[in-house]
Write a protein that binds this ligand. Structure first.
Ligand code: PEP
Length: 250
């Protein structure tokens, strides 16, 4: 039985004062609702203090990580740096990293490999843009993204990954994939994982849905057999909305 995950991606939002209040609020709530795993990815400067606030009731994730080990890479954050402040999860290959910062499938594969080698769980994002869905190519696009992201991931590594299917046309737009559309893709992803690894391993991997998840649609989405929770952007910035989504995953 896969435990559901509700993960919040704050992106480039919140001052420390605002972040602290939201983290404290979520932490109090999570103490009483522990049937689903809760992850929050705040802006990088808050990672260390956020980890202290959560004290492992909920987990903290980075929004990105470097493909390089260390050295002259101004502005980048390595897996080793994350580990040294007890951050053990990183979102990798978010569509905004792909479209705004030029991340390629190959770079994402390197980041995933580096994360796993350092004991960091990658939340590997994949998803098609609107034209790709309209032309019926969504499964081809997503499987290409995943094959590249998992190129160096062996069976042991696969036991420590989380996948997030995020149709780009549904991110921050208010448009949500229908539960049936999302389930169809999640099933295709699980089949791909079963083919690459084994059915037993594929059955253990959590596949999250992301794209305008909100309190009003979370329960329908999370009740699909292959949807194991959500990666939530906008609605994770509001304590009441995020808590309602956690409750839908509990
Ligand atoms: C995201 O950015 O990962 C996301 C799913 O955003 P939103 O929930 O705002 O669509």
């Amino acid at each position: 039985m896969r435990k559901k995950i509700v993960a919040g991606n704050w992106k480039m939002n919140k001052t420390w004062e605002e972040a602290k209040n939201l983290l404290l609020n979520i932490n109090n709530y999570v103490s009483a609702h522990e049937t689903c795993e809760v992850i929050v990815a705040p802006p990088a400067p808050f990672l260390d203090k956020a980890t202290d606030i959560f004290q492992s009731k909920a987990k903290i994730a980075a929004q990105n990580v470097s493909e390089y080990e260390d050295g002259a890479y101004t502005g980048e954050i390595s897996t080793g740096i994350l580990k040294s402040i007890n951050v053990e999860i990183a979102i990798i290959g978010h569509s905004e990293r792909r479209s705004l910062f030029g991340e390629t499938n190959e770079m994402i594969g390197k980041k995933v490999d580096r994360a796993l080698n350092e004991g960091i769980t990658p939340i590997i994002c994949c998803g098609e843009v609107l034209e790709e869905r309209k032309s019926g190519n969504q499964q081809k696009v997503v499987s290409e993204q995943l094959i590249a992201a998992l190129a160096k991931v062996d069976t042991d590594g696969a036991k420590n990954i989380i996948i997030a299917y995020e149709p780009v046309w549904a991110i921050g737009t208010g448009e949500t994939a229908s539960p049936e559309q999302a389930q169809e893709m999640h099933k295709a992803i699980r089949d791909l994982l079963a083919e690459k690894y084994t059915q037993a391993i594929a059955d253990e991997i959590r596949i999250l849905y992301g794209g305008s998840v909100k309190p009003s649609n979370a329960e329908d989405l999370f009740s699909q057999p292959d949807i194991d929770g959500g990666l939530v952007g906008g609605a994770s910035l509001n304590a009441e909305d995020f808590k309602a989504i956690i409750s839908a995953g509990s």
